[in-house]
Ligand binder design. Structure first.
Ligand SMILES: Nc1ncnc2c1ncn2[C@@H]1O[C@H](COP(=O)(O)OP(=O)(O)OP(=O)(O)O)[C@@H](O)[C@H]1O
Length: 695
C-alpha cells in the first residue's frame, strides 16, 4: 500500500505505461516497414527502369528499418512539463499517430525538445519540470525530476541526484555511447547552432568534443535537409578510434553517416610509416604546388604539333598549340579530361589546316581546267545540273567538297593523332605523377625551391619504395589534379581530432566538402608529431579562410579532477596559453609505481590483476610507447587489458589506465610530451603510472 503512495513508484508506473505505448508503436512501424519492403522486393519489375525504382524503394525502406532499430535501445529518455500543463516526451526519434495532435515522442533534435537541454531555473523556457527516464530493456526503471520554475516540489516530483552523474558513473564498454539524454547546455548550444559554415570546437581532454561532433552530425541530418541530401562524413584519425565511436550515430537512428580515415577517403591503405620529419614535409601544402607545377610540364609546355594524315604531314605552329593548351587548361577539368579538350582543339586546327590545303589544291586544279577548256568549271557543272532539271541547286565551290566533320571525326579516331597528342599531353596516373616528383632530385629542386637541400634529400625516394601514410594525401592531390574533384562529396563534414591534420590532409577533406560546411573538433595540446599548425587560425586559414565560429568547452566529463591536477604542470609546458579544464568527476589520486626493466611486464600484470579483483567488470587500458607495444603483447598483457600504443590513444577512454613508462613515451616521438598528456588523460576513475628504473 505504501508503495502505491510512493510518488517515485507512481511516476515510474505512469512513465512505464507511456513508454510501453511508444515501444508498441515502434514495433508496429518496424513491422510495417519490413512488410512493405518484402512487398517491394516481391513485386515483379517489367523493365530496367522499374527494377531500378524497386531497388531505390527497397533501399529507402532498409534505411528506415535501420533508423527504427537503431532507436530501440533507450527509445525515450526525457519528459518536459510546461508551466501550461502540457507534457512532451523526448526520445531518439519522433513518433506520432494520426489520431494524436501532439507527438507521443519528440525527436531530441526538434525545436520542441530544445528546453529539455537548455532550460535552467534562471531561464526555465516555459517549463515547470524536466524529467529523466532510465530504461532497462524496454522498461522504465527510474525517473528523476528537476523543478525549473522555482516551485516547491509536490508529492508527484521525484527529485534525483542528477542523471548526468549517473551516466558518468556507468562502466565504460570500450565503445562510446550516445550522450543524448544528458547533453549539457554548452554542448547543446553548439549541436543545435543554426550556423551552416565552419564551426570549431576546442576544449581539454574529456570535455565532450567527440560527443558534440557526433550529435552535431545527427542534428545536421535532421535540420539541414540540403546538407543531409548530400550526406554527412565523419573523419577520424585511425580505425581504432572510428571503431570506438561507431555505435553512437546508429543509436541516434542515423546509419547513413560515413565514417572514414583519410586513408579510406583516398582509397589508399599503406601500412608503412616514415620518419616524422619526412611526414611533416610531405604534409606541407608546398607539395600541392609542386605536383601542379610538374603537371603543367606535361601539358604541352612549348613547341608545335605535327601529325601525319594520309600521306601528308600537317604541322601546327607553336602559337596555335599554345592557344589550344591555354583553352584546355582554362576548362578547369582534371588533366586527363582536359587532354581530350586539347586533342579536340588540335583536331579542329588540323581540320582547318587540311581544309585550307584542300581548298588550295582544288583551286589550283580549277584554274588549270579553266585554262585548258577556257570555260569555268563551275559554269560547266551548273549547265549540267540545269540539263538535269536541278535549277535550284546551290552553286558549288571547291571547298564544299571537303567534309570537315568527317575529317575531324577521323582525326579524333586516328592512332597517329593520339600518339602525337600523347607526346605533348600524356595521360597520367596519380602514382606516376607523385613518383615523378619524389624520385627525381632535379624535379624536387625545380618544384620545391623553398625547401633546403637537406629537406629535399629527405623527400627523395626510390621508385620501388612502398607508399606511406604521408603519401596518401599527396596521392589524393595528384588524383584530383589528374582526374578532377573527387566523385563522392558531402554536404557536411565533421572532423574529430582535427589538430592532427596536415595542410595536405586539410586539402583532401575540403575537396570533399564543396559547401564548406564543417564541424571541426580538437585540442592543440594533444597534437601528434606530424601536425604543424599551432592553432586554428593557422590550420584553417589557407583552406577555409579566416572566418569560423569558435566554441570552447570547459568541463571535463571523463578525466577526474585528480588526474587533471596531476597533469597541470605538463599542460602548462605544452600549451601555456590554455586555461586548465575543470572536471565533474572525482576519483583516486593517481599512483606511481616504479619497476626495474626486467620486471616490467610482471608488475603491469600484477597491477591489472589487482585492479580487476578490486573493480570487476571495469574496462582497463594499458598505454605505452609504440616501441614497447610488442614486448607487452608478447608478455600476454592483452589478456588483462586493452593495450594501446600512445600514438593511437587519442580520443579513447577507459575506467582505469596504466601508463607504462612516461619517459619512453616522451622519448618515442617528437610530440612525446603531448603524447604523454593524451595517455594520462584517458581514465575516468584511476590512473597508475609505471616508471621503469634501473635495478
Ligand atoms: N553531456 C554528457 N553526458 C554524458 N556523458 C558525456 C557528456 N559529455 C561528454 N560525456 C562523456 O565524457 C567522455 C568524454 O567525452 P568525449 O570523448 O566526447 O571528450 P573529448 O573532448 O572528445 O575528449 P578528448 O579530448 O580526449 O578526445 C565520454 O565518455 C562521453 O560520453
Amino acid at each position: 500500500m505504501s508503495q502505491v503512495n510512493d510518488p517515485a513508484v507512481r511516476q515510474v508506473d505512469l512513465e512505464r505505461a507511456h513508454v510501453s505505448t511508444l515501444y508498441e508503436l515502434l514495433t508496429e512501424r518496424l513491422s510495417q516497414a519490413r512488410a512493405h519492403r518484402a512487398d517491394v522486393l516481391r513485386a515483379p519489375a517489367e523493365s530496367a527502369g522499374e527494377a531500378y525504382e524497386r531497388e531505390v524503394a527497397a533501399e529507402r525502406l532498409a534505411r528506415e528499418i535501420g533508423r527504427l532499430r537503431g532507436a530501440e535501445d533507450g527509445l525515450a529518455f526525457g519528459r518536459v512539463d510546461g508551466a501550461d500543463g502540457t507534457t512532451l516526451h523526448i526520445g531518439r526519434i519522433g513518433l506520432q499517430t494520426e489520431d494524436d495532435d501532439l507527438p507521443l515522442l519528440v525527436d531530441w533534435r526538434a525545436n520542441a525538445a530544445r528546453p529539455f537541454y537548455e532550460a535552467t531555473p534562471v531561464h526555465p523556457m516555459g517549463l515547470r519540470r524536466r524529467g529523466h527516464l532510465r530504461l532497462e530493456e524496454r522498461t522504465v526503471v527510474a525517473v528523476s525530476d528537476e523543478l525549473l520554475d522555482g516551485s516547491a516540489p509536490s508529492a508527484e516530483d521525484v527529485v534525483g541526484d542528477g542523471p548526468l552523474a549517473e551516466a558518468l558513473s556507468m562502466r565504460r564498454t570500450g565503445r562510446m555511447q550516445a550522450a543524448v539524454a544528458t547533453l549539457q547546455a554548452e554542448q547543446d548550444e553548439i549541436i543545435r547552432s543554426a550556423h551552416r559554415g565552419v564551426t570549431v570546437v576546442q576544449g581539454g581532454p574529456g570535455t565532450g568534443k567527440t560527443v558534440v561532433a557526433l550529435h552535431r552530425a545527427a542534428y545536421v541530418l535532421y535540420a539541414f535537409p540540403r546538407a543531409a541530401e548530400h550526406g554527412v562524413l565523419v573523419v577520424g584519425p585511425n580505425a581504432r578510434f572510428l571503431d570506438y565511436i561507431s555505435q553512437v550515430l546508429p543509436s541516434l537512428g542515423e546509419s547513413q553517416v560515413v565514417l572514414a580515415t583519410c586513408q579510406e577517403l583516398a582509397g589508399v591503405l599503406p601500412d608503412t610509416l616514415e620518419p616524422f620529419d619526412v611526414a611533416r614535409l610531405k604534409g606541407g601544402s608546398a607539395l600541392a604546388g609542386a605536383l601542379a607545377g610538374l603537371m603543367r610540364f606535361r601539358q604541352a609546355p612549348h613547341g608545335g604539333f605535327a601529325v601525319r594524315v594520309g600521306r601528308e604531314w600537317v604541322r601546327l605552329p607553336d602559337d596555335v598549340v599554345a592557344t589550344a593548351r591555354d583553352a584546355a587548361v582554362a576548362t578547369g577539368l582534371g588533366h586527363n579530361r582536359a587532354r581530350q579538350v586539347f586533342k579536340e582543339l588540335l583536331a579542329d586546327a588540323v581540320t582547318d589546316a587540311l581544309q585550307r590545303t584542300t581548298g588550295d589544291i582544288l583551286e589550283r586544279f580549277d584554274a588549270e581546267v579553266t585554262e585548258l577548256t577556257s570555260e569555268n568549271l563551275d559554269q560547266m557543272v551548273a549547265a549540267d545540273l540545269h540539263q538535269l532539271g536541278y535549277d535550284d541547286a546551290p552553286a558549288t565551290g571547291p571547298a564544299d567538297e571537303f567534309d570537315a566533320d568527317a575529317v575531324r571525326a577521323g582525326l579524333l579516331d586516328d592512332d597517329h593523332v593520339d600518339r602525337a597528342v600523347e607526346m605533348l599531353w600524356p595521360r597520367l596516373v596519380p602514382g606516376d605523377l607523385v613518383r615523378a616528383l619524389l624520385t627525381d632530385a632535379d624535379a624536387l629542386t625545380e618544384h620545391l625551391p623553398r625547401l633546403t637541400d637537406d629537406e629535399r634529400s629527405r623527400l627523395l625516394r626510390d621508385p620501388g619504395d612502398p607508399w606511406t601514410d604521408a603519401d596518401v594525401p599527396v596521392l589524393d592531390e595528384a588524383a584530383s589534379l589528374i582526374d578532377g574533384p573527387p566523385e563522392r562529396t558531402y554536404g557536411h563534414v565533421v572532423v574529430d581530432e582535427a589538430q592532427e591534420l596536415t595542410a595536405m590532409q586539410w586539402r583532401m577533406i575540403v575537396r570533399r566538402c564543396p559547401a564548406r560546411a564543417m564541424t571541426l573538433v580538437g585540442d592543440f595540446a594533444q597534437a601528434g608529431p606530424v601536425a604543424t599548425a599551432g592553432d586554428w587560425k593557422e590550420a584553417l586559414r589557407p583552406h577555409l579562410g579566416p572566418r569560423f565560429n569558435l566554441h570552447t568547452l570547459s568541463v571535463s566529463y571523463r578525466t577526474t579532477q585528480e588526474i587533471l591536477d596531476a597533469t597541470r604542470d605538463l599542460l602548462a609546458r605544452i600549451a601555456p596559453e590554455q586555461t586548465p579544464t575543470r572536471s565533474l568527476r572525482r576519483g583516486e589520486t593517481p599512483r606511481t609505481v616504479a619497476t626495474p626493466p626486467h620486471a616490467l611486464a610482471a608488475t603491469v600484470t600484477r597491477e591489472l590483476e589487482a585492479q580487476t579483483a578490486a573493480y570487476p567488470g571495469e574496462l582497463l587500458g594499458v598505454i605505452c610507447a609504440d616501441t614497447r607495444l610488442d614486448d607487452l603483447m608478447a608478455a600476454g598483457i592483452a589478456q588483462h587489458a586493452r593495450v594501446v600504443p600512445a600514438s593511437e590513444a587519442r580520443g579513447l577512454e577507459f575506467d582505469g589506465v596504466v601508463v607504462v613508462s612516461p619517459e619512453e613515451i616522451v622519448a618515442a616521438r617528437p610530440s612525446g610530451e603531448r603524447d604523454l598528456y593524451v595517455a594520462l588523460t584517458r581514465a575516468t576513475k584511476r590512473l597508475c603510472t609505471m616508471t621503469v628504473q634501473p635495478a
